[in-house]
Structures are given as C-alpha cells and as structure tokens.
Design a protein around this ligand. Structure first.
Ligand SMILES: *[C@@H]1O[C@H](CO)[C@@H](O)[C@H](O)[C@H]1NC(C)=O
Ligand SMILES: *[C@@H]1O[C@H](CO)[C@@H](O)[C@H](O)[C@H]1NC(C)=O
Ligand SMILES: *[C@@H]1O[C@H](CO)[C@@H](O)[C@H](O)[C@H]1NC(C)=O
Ligand SMILES: *[C@@H]1O[C@H](CO)[C@@H](O)[C@H](O)[C@H]1NC(C)=O
Ligand SMILES: *[C@@H]1O[C@H](CO)[C@@H](O)[C@H](O)[C@H]1NC(C)=O
Length: 597
C-alpha cells in the first residue's frame, strides 16, 4: 500500500515550519530486473571503501510544462514557433517543487549523508551526491551494489539488479543513477570493412566531381547524382544528393555543429586534413574544436573510427561552419581495486549535465550512439529523454542514428517471459529527438537493410505522428502482429546514406557502413539550414519533428523501396509516406530552404 506523505506542518521555535518526517524505512521498488541483464556476471561485492557518485533526478513541479512549451515553439503552425526558451526559462519549467527538494534532503540527512556532498544541477532538477560509501548507497536505495563483468567486452561495472525508494519519495524522484542501467551507449557503426561492392578511390573523389560538373553543364538539368555514388560515398555525393552544393554558409560566427562522442573515441586533426585534402580540397583548411567533458580525453595518437567518421562528414558537408567534438569521459571500466568515485558510467547524463549548463549550445547536435531500448530502465530512459526536450526547447536540433540492426538482432524480451519481439533502440525512440535511419544507392535511393526502425515500448506515439504512423500500421494489416507495439512512437523520422562511406583513419582511406554515417550527414544538412535562417535574422529550427511531419515533408525525398530484415523476418518495407525503415525520407536542402525561409 502506498504510504502518503502528510504535509502536517509543525511550528518550530524559530517560527519555521517542517513537515512530519515520513517513514524512511517504508521502501517500495523503483526499478528492478527479473534477472541479471544478459551477458553480465556478478563478481561479488565491491571492495571495502568503494564509493559511488549518485545522481537523483527530481520530478518537476509542473509535470507537462516543458513538453507543452517544447511543442509550442517547435510547431510551425503555432504562434510561438521559433520563440525558443532561454536557459532560465527552461530551468523554471523543470524546477522541482520546494517540498520535493526539502523531502529529498531530509531523506539524505536521515541516512547521515552530509549536506556538503549534495549539489544541484544548473536547473535544480538533478542532485549529485558525491562519494557515497557503497553500504550507505545500499541502505538509501534498498539496493545491493555488486561488481558485474561483461562476458564479451570484459568491462566491469558497479550496479544493482534493483533499487527502491521510500514510498513518500516516489511522487518526487524520477530516477536514481547509476543503479540498474547496465548498458551504456554503443556506437552504431556496423563495420570498418568495405562492403563487397565498395572500393577505395585512389584519386579521392576527383572523378565524381568531374561527373557532377558534366551533369550540371547539361542545359536545364536538375542536379543529378553520379551513378558511381551508388557504390562509393564521398562528400561530393552527399552534397549533390541532398542538394547543398550551391549553398555558401553565411552565419559562421554564430552557427555551430556539435558531435557528441563517448567511449574514448578521439577525432584526429591530421586525419581530417588528409580527408578534406582528398575529398573536399576547398575545405582543407577546416579544423574542429575539441571540448572535453567529465574527464574525457583527446589522444591524437588513438583514432576512433566513429569519431573520425562523424567529424569528417559533419565538417565536409557543413564547411565552413565551426564544428565542435565533445569527448565525454565518465565511462572508464570500473576498476575494482581503485577507490576513485568516478565510476558512474552514465555518459549521457554527464554530457547532458554539461551541455545544459553552457551559455551557448550548438544549434545542431549529432550523436551516433544508442542501445536496445529494453536494456535501458524505463525511469532512466524517461529522464534522459526529458533532458533532450530541454535542449529542443532552447532551440537545439538533436539528431541520433537509429541503429544498425533492422527490426532487431537479439529478438527476445528481457521481462522474464522471453517472448519474441522486435527490438527498438533508445535514444532513437525518445519522441524529442530526430532519429536518422539509413539508405543506400542512388537514382533512386533505397532503404539500407541495416537501418533500425520500429516502435517504442516506452514512449507513446507523439501527436506529430498521429496521421502518418497509424496509416502505416493499418497498411500492413496483421503482419508482425504481437512483435511490435502499435501505440508506441515510431522511428526513424528521416534517413540518409549509410553504406560505403570513404573515411580516413591513421592516414589510410577505408570504407564504413552504419547509421553512424547517416546521423552526422543529416545533421550537417540541418546545420546548413540553421545557418541560412540565422543569416536571415531568424531563429534556428530547434526540435525538428513537428516541422518535418507537417510542412517540412514536402522538402524530403520519400524512400519507397528496400526493407530492414531482422528477428528472422523480412522486416518492414519502405513505402510511400512514413515507414519504420527510412522514416519520412532524406533531406533536400534546397527545397527545405524554400519551406523554412
Ligand atoms: C578481463 O580483465 C581481467 C582484469 O580485470 C583480466 O585478468 C582478464 O585477463 C581479462 N580477460 C580478457 C578475456 O581480456
Ligand atoms: C586544429 O586544431 C588543433 C587543436 O586546436 C591544433 O592542434 C591543430 O594544429 C589544428 N590543425 C590544423 C590543420 O590547423
Ligand atoms: C528465459 O531465458 C533464460 C535464459 O535463456 C532462462 O534462464 C529462463 O528460464 C527463460 N524463462 C522462461 C520463462 O522461459
Ligand atoms: C506499448 O507502448 C505503450 C506506450 O505507448 C506502453 O505503455 C506499453 O506498456 C507498451 N506495451 C508493451 C507490451 O511493451
Ligand atoms: C534542389 O534545390 C533547388 C533550389 O535550390 C530546387 O529547385 C531543386 O528542386 C532541388 N532538388 C533537386 C533534386 O535539384
């Protein structure tokens, strides 16, 4: 039974009032897994003296205020469209009720947590409690923190299979982390090898550029994409395909493009220079800024394929727009014999906490990381998703790759029932980000079979999908019935090329595939649109989806063939209109420019 906290106020000698103390021992489960998550094995308790930094997400005083404000400023039909909120306005919307803060402090105090170890986030919606001894964390959360090791990666983590909170806190606390999230973002990059029809271009893309020049010279011709782009993707291919070639950025003192990187992935300056010299020589002078977050490093001798891919395509399409690479730490393997309390392993939260505290935030941000939605605890996923909404409300376009496993690769539920199901990916399923799926080929572009897509089991269908998604679902009848959630948020929203990308790593050119290619590509095109708007004295696009699903659809190339097999099925098929393989389609900069301008 739920024990309700009675706010009976008792006068104190100082004239202050304080509530009757709740029963802190009345614990109720907040989140727990039926089994230890797959591939993780318990190695036993943490060594004596281990401490952990806990983050406590507080519920806002006004539950729907942020999402309502986000929709107002992101819906082209709303009078407040483009009137993005300031950091202070967002902080006011997400602020917890003072009683919430008092109650959480009273609980921590009851357990002997010194007030000096508790610090609020910029908006006051999160508390960080530093260096909590493990036995104290166990007592606070009715938890049992243990060391777990991953069978394949050998990574070790300090986690608990379940955690609880006093009943009186459930209405006030959204999530505590790290607790039951064993995952951590994985880079969605399928391969660092050429796909069979791929090849390395010895002359960069000189012959592709020559082909484009020839095509453009034809009188009356629309920009057509060279057929060689069907087997090898270079920046010239993407600039022709997405119609950005003729645009010159004009707001480079204000507009920036951000790439969020994790897992010790470093983007290499000399590789970018080699790449640009070879594939976009007019941009060879471009460089990017590295911002280190929470102990993130920048080892220029340790190239990350993901990081190089992201920065090379973001830069070569958006040039001369300044690019920022965020190297976020906080995800080192937990070293059982090292008592440093930095083993939080919650890099999304670290990065979001950092970026939301900045005075200026890039107008467009791409992230090519994600995880199976079902491995992310619901309370954690909801809290992180809300932080993406905070970015959107401030006018930031947040793009995520949709994933590389079609409708799923490991298609069994982890709720204890082992039922067969398609596996959606988070954060692509968060309704406040723009999820980017994959395409391949040209004339026409088709769905890439790796492109992850489907329906969330955590997030309900957002209003901007209320027409196109039900119409797709009814079009497939009972096909795949029971394998996906018909009321969930459909993803991806859009798509971009995702195979046969030429990149430079340690000076050598290689080919890669994955929606990791698609997200920075789409983000760079969006960044050019933001440049255009800013140069016209207009606000940037901010959260994209309400635009993309309404007036923006006319500026997209609908992808109508291909599918995303997985889970021993043929997967969904790309059709006219939205589909859970390629979303609404790929971006046409020229057309979108006319729509948003
Ligand atoms: C896993 O890590 C431990 C030390 O943490 C080491 O002893 C062991 O050899 C590693 N195993 C593999 C397969 O790398
Ligand atoms: C790019 O920036 C980095 C860091 O600021 C610097 O070390 C490097 O020399 C620059 N590279 C070029 C080609 O300008
Ligand atoms: C589900 O699968 C796990 C791991 O294979 C197994 O231990 C468990 O017994 C299964 N549960 C059911 C209900 O079949
Ligand atoms: C389907 O999605 C809704 C959210 O739209 C959720 O409440 C429900 O639990 C999901 N069903 C399953 C079986 O996961
Ligand atoms: C590209 O953009 C131009 C406007 O800049 C537009 O007229 C054209 O239709 C767009 N698409 C193609 C395929 O050229």
């Amino acid at each position: 039974m739920l024990w309700h906290f009675l706010s009976i106020l008792v006068a104190t000698p100082l004239g202050l009032t304080s509530p009757v103390s709740p029963r802190w021992s009345d614990l109720q489960v907040k989140h727990s897994w039926p089994n230890v998550p797959r591939n993780w094995h318990c190695e036993g308790p943490a060594p004596e003296g281990t401490t952990i930094d806990l983050r406590i997400g507080l519920k806002p005083h006004r539950e729907d205020a942020l999402v309502e404000a986000l929709h107002e400023v992101s819906d082209p039909a709303h009078e407040k469209y483009g009137a993005h909120l300031s950091k202070a306005q967002v902080a006011a919307l997400v602020a917890p009720h003072p009683d919430t803060v008092d109650l959480v402090h009273a609980w921590l105090d009851h357990h002997g947590v010194p007030a000096s170890s508790v610090s609020p986030s910029h908006s006051g919606d999160w508390l960080t409690v530093s260096s909590v001894p493990i036995d104290q964390a166990d007592a606070l959360l009715g938890a049992s923190y243990q060391v777990y090791r991953h069978a394949e990666t050998n990574e070790t983590l300090l986690r608990t299979v379940g955690y609880s909170l006093p009943a009186a806190l459930h209405a006030h606390v959204a999530v505590v982390a790290p607790t039951t999230y064993f995952g951590g973002p994985r880079a969605w990059r399928r391969t660092s090898h050429l796909t069979p029809n791929g090849r390395i271009l010895p002359d960069g893309d000189a012959h592709i550029q020559a082909e484009i020049a020839k095509l453009q010279a034809r009188p009356g011709s629309l920009a057509t994409v060279p057929s060689s782009c069907g087997s090898t993707i270079t920046p010239s291919c993407l600039r022709a395909l997405y119609n950005t070639s003729t645009y010159t950025p004009a707001a480079t003192s204000k507009n920036t493009l951000g790439i969020a990187g994790y897992l010790g992935q470093f983007a290499i300056h000399t590789d970018l220079k080699t790449f640009l010299t070879k594939f976009r020589s007019d941009a060879a002078a471009a460089n990017f800024t590295v911002v280190k977050v929470n102990g993130g490093e920048d080892n220029q001798n340790d190239p990350g394929i993901e990081a190089n891919l992201d920065i090379q395509y973001a830069e070569s399409i958006s040039f001369p727009t300044p690019n920022i690479y965020y190297s976020t730490g906080g995800s080192p393997p937990f070293t059982p014999d090292d008592n440093t309390p930095t083993n939080t392993n919650e890099p999304y939260l670290d990065w979001l906490d950092f970026i939301l505290a900045q005075t200026t935030i890039p107008q467009t941000i791409s992230t090519s990381y994600g995880d199976d939605e079902q491995t992310v605890p619901l309370d954690y996923a909801q809290s992180v998703c809300t932080l993406f909404a905070q970015l959107g409300a401030q006018g930031v376009s947040v793009l995520f790759s949709s994933g590389d496993s079609g409708v799923g690769s490991d298609c069994v539920s982890n709720d204890g029932s082992n039922r067969s199901m398609f596996i959606p990916n988070f954060p692509a399923t968060c309704p406040f980000v723009t999820a980017v799926g994959g395409t391949t080929g040209v004339n026409p572009e088709k769905a890439a079979s790796l492109s992850s897509g489907g329906f969330s089991n955590y997030f309900a269908r957002p209003s901007y999908q209320s027409t196109v998604v039900p119409s797709f679902i009814s079009s497939i009848g009972t096909q795949f019935s029971g394998l996906f959630n018909t009321t969930g948020r459909g993803f991806p929203d859009i798509s971009a090329q995702a195979e046969n990308f030429q990149i430079v790593v340690s000076g050598r050119t290689e080919g890669v595939a994955g929606t990791s290619c698609a997200s920075p590509t789409a983000a760079a095109v969006i960044s050019l649109l933001n440049d255009f708007l800013i140069s016209q004295g207009k606000p940037p696009l901010g959260f994209l989806n309400p635009l993309l699903y309404s007036t923006g659809t006319a500026g997209l190339n609908d992808i109508t063939s291909g599918s995303n097999p997985g889970c021993n099925t043929k997967g969904f098929t790309a059709v006219k209109g939205w589909d859970p393989v390629t979303g609404l389609g790929t971006l046409d900069f020229g057309k979108l420019q006319a729509i948003v301008g």
